[in-house]
Design a protein around this ligand. Structure first.
Ligand SMILES: [Zn+2]
Length: 61
């Protein structure tokens, strides 16, 4: 397990899943819309926001 931090300060927990096909996609930050990561292959990351820039949040998972 690893984390990535967006330039806006949002921190995402990354879970990687092996899939039997090739996927090319990218993930943009929920908060600022910047691209956080892109991938091209059969290991697909999924992102969960674990810490964000200071902001009111009703996010309980
Ligand atoms: Zn961001």
């Amino acid at each position: 397990m690893r984390t990535v931090t967006c330039e806006c300060g949002a921190v995402y927990e990354v879970t990687e899943t092996k899939v039997p096909f090739r996927d090319r996609d990218n993930f943009n930050c929920d908060r600022c819309g910047e691209e956080v990561e892109r991938w091209n292959g059969s290991t697909i990351p999924s992102f969960r926001l674990i810490a964000g820039p200071p902001e009111k949040s009703g996010d309980a998972e």
